[in-house]
Design a protein around this ligand. Sequence first.
Ligand SMILES: C[S@@+](CC[C@H](N)C(=O)[O-])C[C@H]1O[C@@H](n2cnc3c(N)ncnc32)[C@H](O)[C@@H]1O
Length: 208
Amino acid sequence: MTGQRDRWAELTGGQAGEEYAQRFAQLAESGHDVHGEASFCAALLRPAARVLDAGCGTGRIAIRLAELGHDCTGVDVDSSMLAVARRAAPAQEWLLGDLARLDTLGLRPGFDLAIAAGNVIPLLAPGTEPDVVRQLAAALRPGGLLVTGMGLDAAHLPLPEPPLTLAEFDHWCTRAGLTLRHRYATWSGDPYYEGCGYAVSVHSSPAT
Ligand SMILES: C[S@@+](CC[C@H](N)C(=O)[O-])C[C@H]1O[C@@H](n2cnc3c(N)ncnc32)[C@H](O)[C@@H]1O
């Protein structure tokens, strides 16, 4: 671990797993599509792709992508979230660890896609974001994709104000060798525009 507490842990005390899972179960029961992120990624992949769910939480995205035929590994630093994932899909690979130290987890690199959804990037420990982006980029195969979803204003974040700008994020990605390929305002692919409050970004690593 980096020794610094991530913003998610500051918000939840590391005890939010069951409550988080219940929230999504209720959304699903009331007819909401809770698989937007997984569907978005699946459209970019051919089975059986290797997917890293970075900050996987309760595993809802990795579990759905595995159902769609992909080979998924989930990494999260919050054991209460991972406990839900392990209970729901014991046969899948779930690793307790810090994304800023991904290289210490013994992961085989060469992932086709890494996803950091659900505001993982804004919820990292302050100052660790560039390291995490670099670690995620290093985990990709040549031409692999980094898919992120993050709020850009208080209405789209569980924080009083955004801890980072999209320009900063893009800068960290560029420094990590990634190129922005697509940007949307939603997981359904609605067009991104300045002030829309949310960004779904697809960056790619160099092809060779
Ligand atoms: C709002 S949850 C989103 C979970 C999941 N991606 C989803 O969309 O349902 C944010 C997650 O990021 C994780 N996280 C924050 N900082 C992390 C870090 N440095 N390493 C690993 N996971 C981290 C938290 O533990 C939490 O599970």
